[in-house]
Write a protein that binds this ligand. Structure first.
Ligand code: AMP
Ligand code: MG
Length: 399
């Protein structure tokens, strides 16, 4: 039986980033990883521009609250044709190019328009270059403005638009198939009969994978039947990067998944991890396809997804840091428990005086999905007797 860290390393050893694809620039590329560095096609700003509505002036003319002659008006989008000579100024607006001859902008609030097209400058300390954003301040033509490997955030989308990238090379969204196995399962839309329960794992895992940036195909429920499992998993192997099977991986008579996977040519990489919940986790590969057999108990499936599947999806999607993100957070209440395996306790982060604390959620064990629904963290407790006082720092996996 592998330790959690060994199992994660084994998953990542078989996980390679998918080849980048070219897609239109838009909100759909949010969170995806840029496949190649992007270079500025021109200087930005492409011309020295005004940062204020006001008047473009020559600094040397501006001592002693002078009266300047207005010779031009330059709105944003216009190219000024007139050079500003001694004693002259131009009306200018934010974003408009600075005319030749001018070397500063005076805000309109610090001027008084007079009759005869004259403007009195009441700003008594005009500095060379004031309210001018020089050409190329933000970026120079040919400069790499966003490097390969950057996770695209809204500002990156703005920068990419600014340099004219209507199409961008990004990591593709991994294709994930979700299959829930079990004779007791019925679809969310059904009234369960005697002995039946609704399939909660399928929709939950589909949502976790969607949140992780995957394109998800939830293929519903598969009976505990070798022929049906073989057919449905076989289909999924043909068009998925990752297959998430829920249930059927424990040691019971009806836990048929590992056997069927082997028949289909899926190479088993590990089965069982020293952790709680989630011990029966199965992982195998067929070619580049990653196959996870997640335990059927919903909390076990949830935790296994966060610890193993999400990191694999991050790597497939081009991220160099697979996670999970682990931080030290003080406990909001004491924890005293004995575990035969390293244990992941669903928990909730809370703001407190001077930072954050983490509070374990009360739950009735691995089937109790309702109890852990508010969780935004997992407290990682080592095997053995854990007696931790309130305020003591613990390792926390951020969800
Ligand atoms: P298994 O891993 O198939 O032995 O299932 C373990 C437990 O999880 C059993 O109580 C199942 O009924 C339950 N379970 C399995 N699959 C699901 C599912 N998709 N949704 C909710 N509960 C499930
Ligand atoms: Mg089952």
């Amino acid at each position: 039986m592998l330790e959690v860290a060994e199992a994660l390393a084994e998953v990542l050893r078989h996980t390679t980033s998918l080849a980048p694809v070219t897609v239109p620039l838009g909100p759909a590329v949010l969170g995806r990883v840029l496949g190649a560095g992007v270079v500025a096609d021109r200087d930005s700003p492409p011309f020295a521009k005004s940062l204020r509505d006001g008047y473009a002036v020559r600094t040397v003319d501006c001592t002693g609250q002078p009266h300047l002659q207005l010779v031009a008006e330059i709105p944003a989008g216009l190219v000024p044709s007139k050079t500003i000579g001694p004693g002259e100024c131009a009306r200018i607006f934010t974003g408009a190019p600075i005319p030749d001859g001018a070397d500063a902008v005076v805000m309109q609030e610090e001027t008084t328009p007079e009759n005869g097209g004259r403007i009195q400058i009441t700003d008594t300390s005009v500095r060379l270059g004031q309210y001018i954003f020089p050409r190329g301040t933000e970026m120079r033509a040919g400069e790499v403005v966003i490097s390969a490997g950057t996770v695209i955030n809204p500002a990156a989308i703005g920068v990419l638009a600014g340099v004219g990238r209507a199409q961008v090379l990004v990591s593709p969204c991994p294709r994930v198939t979700v299959l829930a196995t079990g004779d007791e399962l019925v679809d969310v839309s059904c009234e369960p009969g005697p002995g039946q329960i609704r399939n909660s794992n399928g929709p939950m895992l589909a949502a976790q994978a969607t949140q992780a940036g995957a394109v998800v195909h939830d293929r519903g429920i598969v009976r505990d039947d070798v022929a049906e499992l073989r057919a449905r998993i076989g289909e999924a192997l043909a068009d998925s990067d990752v297959i998430l099977l829920a249930g059927g991986v424990s040691a019971g008579t009806y836990d048929l998944v590992p056997g069927v996977l082997q028949e289909l040519g899926v190479e088993p990489r590990f089965h069982r991890v020293r952790m709680k919940p989630g011990k029966p986790l199965f992982f195998g590969t067929k070619g580049a396809v990653l196959v996870f057999g997640l335990p059927g108990n919903p909390v076990s499936g949830f935790v296994c997804f966060e610890l193993f599947v999400r990191p694999a999806l991050r790597v497939l999607a081009g991220n160099t840091d697979p996670g999970p993100r682990i931080v030290q957070v003080p406990l909001a209440e004491a924890v005293a428990e004995s575990n035969d395996r390293p244990t992941y306790r669903p928990a909730k982060l809370e703001p407190a005086e001077g930072g954050w604390v983490v509070r374990p959620l009360t739950w009735a064990g691995a089937p109790d999905l309702r109890g852990i629904q508010p969780a935004d963290a997992l407290i990682a407790l080592p095997a053995g007797d854990a007696r931790l006082d309130r305020g003591m720092p613990v390792s926390v996996v951020l969800l």
